[in-house]
Design a protein around this ligand. Structure first.
Ligand code: 2AL
Length: 242
């Protein structure tokens, strides 16, 4: 199985970190192909970053369709471009936020999210409502760590542990969801420090993608995930014309 792991931001070193975490949990027959968009923001920490990154994600799906991808993971906690990406393929497309919420809701009735910057909290809250998990999430907390600082995991661990312990002690929860793909390699250490199940969306999404592939479950082409109507795109989006 060829799993295209799309890091929607343009930081290749972060793609490598995410791909290593994915490879550690992947089944022997799963090939993880880390993809970094050529164009886009270095990190995704605002609605603007999210909107621009979504185009890069769509471009990576189009590339993946030519390369023979069997499944895609969108490895940013805002799930940028998820619905658009699903329109462009019959393969499963998993967003790490939706994957993490799904698994967290099966190990605990209540969970909290520990994410990066306070300004991204609303983005996670919007997704919780959109996906139907708002009732199970007690709180989305920010550790005030810029995304690219996560590349030095040791320097961030103290702030993440402090926020996760506050969630454990104050929120009445049974599990914690990590709110950034760049936290994927810190999951086990955080779980040990906090003593609760810690759900990372990257690894959750990889295992869900493998399950869907094995079950023969792809993205429906019946309804709104059908291929978008052919039309002309102007200017620098001309390559989307069909
Ligand atoms: C993220 C993420 O997962 N990747 C990125 O660039 N930004 N999420 C976040 N909450 O800041």
């Amino acid at each position: 199985m060829r799993l295209h792991l799309i890091n929607p931001n343009s930081s290749a070193s972060m793609t490598a970190t995410i791909a290593r975490a994915a490879q550690r949990v992947a089944a022997p027959g799963t090939e993880i192909i880390g993809c970094t968009p050529a164009d886009g923001p270095a990190s995704i920490e605002s609605h603007f970053d999210d909107a621009v990154a979504a185009v890069g994600v769509c471009e990576e799906i189009r590339r993946g369709e030519t390369a023979g991808a069997d499944a895609y993971v969108i490895a940013c906690f805002g799930d940028p471009g998820l619905h658009a990406a699903r329109e462009l393929t019959r393969a499963p497309v998993i967003g790490i936020a939706q994957a993490a919420f799904a698994l967290a809701s099966m190990v605990a009735t209540r969970f909290s999210v520990v994410t990066t910057l306070q300004r991204t909290v609303i983005m996670s809250e919007h997704l919780l409502h959109a996906y139907g998990y708002a009732a199970q999430c007690r709180r989305v907390r920010a550790a005030e760590i810029p995304v690219l600082e996560l590349e030095d995991g040791a320097a961030c661990m103290g702030r993440l542990v402090d926020e996760a312990r506050r969630a454990r002690d104050e929120d009445g929860i049974g599990a914690i969801v990590l709110g950034c793909a760049g936290m994927a390699d810190l999951t086990a250490e955080l779980g040990q420090a906090v003593g609760l199940p810690v759900v990372d969306g990257v690894t959750a999404a990889v295992k869900l993608a493998e399950s869907m592939h094995q079950l023969g479950l792809g993205t429906s082409k019946f309804g709104d995930y059908a291929t978008p109507p052919a039309k002309v795109f102007a200017g620098r989006f001309g390559h989307f014309s069909s």
